[in-house]
Structure formats: structure tokens, C-alpha cells
Design a protein around this ligand. Structure first.
Ligand code: DQA
Length: 151
């Protein structure tokens, strides 16, 4: 492993993965998701710092912390994706390679999920592939870091 870790940040209700609306979010638990992220990152020579919080303030704190400690951020902000100007501002301020991630295809769902406050301040968005969305996001971050492209 070399360089700084990737921060993989998870927002509200994602602690209930595997128990919550499994037809939409799948059977994998948050622990399964973390294990998969770590294993994939290791194949790319990257380390992961993995967090989940139901609190917007705590997520913002981790984005700020990433400024010094991370080489990139993958963030599934859950429902805060669709509401949080504060997370938008935090990601903009940090200016690291960053990817917005969702398990579900938010564009196939309710109209209120079609707006993202995160998308304008990240390099790209990956949604709709379940746990593989995170795997794809980690690969994308690895490529962005190699190319030295910021969010
Ligand atoms: C989600 C999609 C959001 O709209 C929702 O509020 C979530 C999960 C996803 O991973 O598909 O909590 O971010």
C-alpha cells in the first residue's frame, strides 16, 4: 500500500443495508460492503477508511478530515444527496478526486431522487449497480488519482 487512503463515506440509513428494502438495495450488509471495498482497493494497492453516519454534521467532519488524510473520496450520501447544500460546500472546499455513489439507480425512482447536490462538485457519479457501484467508484478514483484529477 502506498500514499494516502481513500475515504468511503456512507450516509443515513445505510447502516440498515441488508435489512432495509432489499428489493432495491440488495441483501449485502454494510459490513459485507466494507469487506468488498477493502478487498477491491487492495488489488489496486489502495487502503480504505470506511465510515457510515446518520448525521449530516459527522459526514461533513469526515469530508473535512479527508482534506489532509485522503487521496480521494467515494461518497454515498443517501438522502442527503438530494438535500444537502452543506455537503456540496464541504466537497467543493476539499477539492479532492471524488465520486458520488448509489446502490440503486436513482433516476429510475421517485423524482425527488433525480436532484443531486453532490453531483456538481465531484468528478462523476456511479449508480444502479448495487455493491458493484462502490467497486466501480474505487476503480474510478484509482484512475483519477493516477491522472492527478481533482473533483
Ligand atoms: C441511495 C439512494 C438515495 O436516494 C436513498 O435516499 C438512499 C440510498 C442509494 O444508495 O441508492 O438512502 O443513496
Amino acid at each position: 500500500m502506498s500514499g494516502k487512503a481513500l475515504y468511503v463515506l456512507n450516509g443515513p440509513n445505510l447502516n440498515l443495508l441488508g435489512q432495509r428494502e432489499s428489493a432495491i438495495y440488495g441483501e449485502a450488509t454494510l459490513q459485507d460492503l466494507e469487506t468488498r471495498c477493502r478487498a477491491h482497493a487492495a488489488t489496486l494497492g489502495l487502503e480504505i477508511v470506511f465510515h457510515q453516519s446518520n448525521s449530516e454534521g459527522e459526514l461533513i467532519g469526515w469530508v473535512h478530515e479527508a482534506r489532509d488524510k485522503a487521496s480521494g473520496i467515494a461518497i454515498n450520501a443517501g438522502a442527503y444527496t438530494h438535500t444537502s447544500v452543506a455537503l456540496h460546500d464541504a466537497l467543493r472546499a476539499v477539492n479532492l478526486p471524488s465520486v458520488e455513489v448509489h446502490l440503486s439507480n436513482v433516476y429510475k425512482r421517485e423524482a425527488f431522487r433525480h436532484t443531486s447536490f453532490i453531483a456538481p462538485v465531484v468528478n462523476g457519479v456511479i449508480c444502479g449497480f448495487g455493491v458493484d457501484s462502490y467497486v466501480l467508484a474505487i476503480s474510478a478514483l484509482s484512475a483519477l488519482i493516477s491522472a492527478n484529477k481533482k473533483g
